[in-house]
Design a protein around this ligand. Structure first.
Ligand code: GDP
Ligand code: GDP
Length: 441
């Protein structure tokens, strides 16, 4: 499971600035998709040597108004879910009583704390750090979030504390023989959309009884099952399978656990509620799924009990609000009655195969040549961008690396065109495709 880091500190010390800097890949991805709202609290950090989930916590204050209360709750939740707490302080403001209070709180949690001093530009590291030693939190890391100073050092410290974050993307280290591999499936959605009902239906009733017996594998989070000769592993970090009451579902819902399940999966099934339509929380989850690059199947649940007109409205609402998920197959189902459920796993399997497909360089290059012939790249400073060949640089999602001259000048719109061209021509249904460029001189 991917590690979780919580960003804590007083308001105004630069937490969101640091959050944005560390999760910047997300900005690029989100900018790419109109209609996608950005979640400013949860983010993925994907650096070459540091991979984790980051939570921003608003800010901790002594004030007692309802806003501060809300932030305190958010911080408590984040602390609860974190493997490491990054405690950010303001090097310009110096050590304030509120910092000491937070330090006391964090020392009592019993989880590792990394002290980080922000706003250090133009100052000497040792000087900025000196007064903060008194908090007894060890050697601080000195950074400037706005200027990017010390960020690499910070990431190194983080990886040292969390060495298990290093071997990232289980998917990439998977054996090439896919015959005996199992499809890792995460089922996600906001509370009450029908995830547990669906999971129980997919896994089969006996299975649920067996797993719920006291003293058995109650806490197992990887649940293998077989369907039509295909092996699946259902990833249940969020406790979806065990829920019995609706109130329990609301209590247990955790974005972090959802994200961990997404990260550990090959294919994500996003469940939405047809009777309520797409709401902002669905969009946040969709955004986080998009950023993960995982293959996706959409299950529009509670399709029962809707009039024809309502169904038409719901279908168009989904298309309109989730345009960035058009690569995903959408199923209209009733987990309660079972209609449509049988076909879901077919799409999961298809998406999995597309996401992990092997495509030879010769084939990719031919498709690239066809794409260019159909629609040549634009001129940049009077010269045409030249693409030479394409090779597969990764899977789940497939990453197509295109080599050539001035490739970095490729406009977004043309990159999108190429992504779509590769996806449709190679029939990569259910997975995003990423096109990246390399310029060779
Ligand atoms: P948060 O309340 O902890 O999330 O703090 P913000 O990220 O909103 O930052 C508060 C203010 O500090 C903003 O005006 C930022 O531009 C500024 N700030 C953040 N990081 C730095 C930094 O490294 N140096 C300086 N000089 N200002 C910073
Ligand atoms: P979760 O929080 O996403 O796991 O949702 P649950 O599976 O606990 O379901 C929440 C509520 O929706 C329960 O009362 C279910 O009986 C109901 N529900 C689940 N699936 C369906 C469905 O297909 N149709 C209808 N009408 N209700 C459903």
């Amino acid at each position: 499971m991917k590690s979780v880091i919580a960003l804590l500190g007083r308001p105004n010390v630069g937490k969101s600035t640091l959050f944005n800097r560390l999760t910047r890949s997300r900005d690029a991805l989100v900018a790419d998709h109109a209609g996608l709202t950005r979640d400013r609290i949860y983010g993925h950090v994907r650096d070459d040597n540091a991979q984790f989930i980051l939570i921003d916590t608003g800010g901790l204050t002594n004030e007692t108004d309802s806003m501060s209360e809300l932030m305190r709750k958010q911080a408590a939740l984040a602390i609860d879910e974190a493997d490491l707490m990054v405690f950010l302080v303001d090097g310009r403001a110096g050590l304030l009583p509120a910092d000491e209070e937070i330090a006391r709180l964090l020392r009592n949690v019993g989880k590792p704390v990394l002290l980080v001093i922000n706003k250090s530009e133009g100052e000497q590291r040792e000087l900025v750090a000196a007064e903060f030693y008194s908090m007894g939190l060890g050697e601080p890391v000195v950074i400037s979030a706005t200027q990017g100073r010390g960020i690499d050092r910070l990431l190194n410290h983080i990886t040292n504390i969390l060495p298990e974050t290093l071997p990232e993307l289980i998917v990439e280290s998977e054996p090439d023989e896919e015959e005996d591999s199992t499809i890792r499936l995460a089922i996600v959605g906001r509370p009450n959309v029908g995830k547990s009902t669906l999971v129980n239906r997919l896994l089969g009733e006996e299975r649920v009884v067996a797993f719920d017996a006291p003293g058995t594998t109650r806490d197992s989070i990887y649940i293998p099952f077989e369907k039509d000769g295909t092996q699946y592993t259902f990833i249940d970090t969020a406790g979806v399978r065990r829920r019995s009451k609706v109130s329990e579902a609301l209590e247990k819902f955790s974005v972090v656990k959802t994200l961990q399940a997404v990260e550990a999966a090959n294919v994500v099934m996003l469940v939405v509620d047809a009777q309520e339509g797409i709401v902002d929380q669905d969009l946040h989850l969709a955004g986080l799924i998009i950023e993960s690059g995982r293959a996706v199947v959409i299950a529009v649940n509670k399709w029962d009990g809707l009039e024809k007109q309502e169904r038409e409205w719901v279908a168009s609402n989904i298309e309109r609000r989730l345009p960035f998920l058009t690569f995903a197959k959408t199923h209209f189902i009733s987990a309660l009655h079972g209609s449509g459920v049988g076909l879901l796993l077919k799409s999961v399997k298809q998406a999995y195969q597309a996401a992990l497909t092997k495509i030879p360089t010769s084939r990719l290059t031919r498709v690239l040549e066809d794409a260019i012939a159909d629609h040549p790249p634009p001129l940049v400073n009077g010269r045409r961008i030249k693409y030479r060949f394409a090779h597969l640089g990764g899977k789940n999602p497939p990453r197509v690396i295109i080599h050539g001259n001035q490739t970095e000048a490729t406009p977004q719109s043309y990159r999108r065109y190429l992504e779509n061209y590769f996806r449709t021509t190679l029939k990569l249904h259910g997975t995003p495709v990423m096109v990246e460029f390399k310029t060779s001189e």
